[in-house]
Design a protein around this ligand. Structure first.
Ligand SMILES: [Zn+2]
Ligand SMILES: [Zn+2]
Ligand SMILES: [Zn+2]
Length: 93
């Protein structure tokens, strides 16, 4: 009888089913390393381990990886940070 009153933010994000045990692909943004570009912060794809750069970086490779691969969940790859982000819902998960 409560089912219709649950706010969407309290539901578990269905995209978390894409999260796997991953090994980071590189110590830096693998695409920036290839082209010699600079990045600001690093993001780790939790589906395949791709390391890409954040939306504050000039090339936004983490977001490009999401568009190219469809992998929706990333985690901060910065020391001491452990938050996760869903690109589909544009929210922390
Ligand atoms: Zn989501
Ligand atoms: Zn990059
Ligand atoms: Zn990926």
């Amino acid at each position: 009888m409560f089912a219709n009153n649950i706010p969407a933010s309290n539901l578990i994000d269905p995209h978390l089913s894409y999260v796997r045990e991953v090994t980071p692909s590189a110590d830096g943004c693998e695409d920036c390393l290839r082209t010699g570009s600079l990045w600001v912060h690093l993001r780790l794809c939790l589906t395949c381990g791709h390391v890409g750069c954040c939306d504050s970086s000039p090339n936004r490779h983490a977001r490009k990886h999401f568009h190219a691969s469809g992998h929706p969940i990333i985690k901060s790859f910065e020391p001491g940070e452990s938050w996760r982000w869903c690109y589909v819902d544009e929210q922390e998960v």
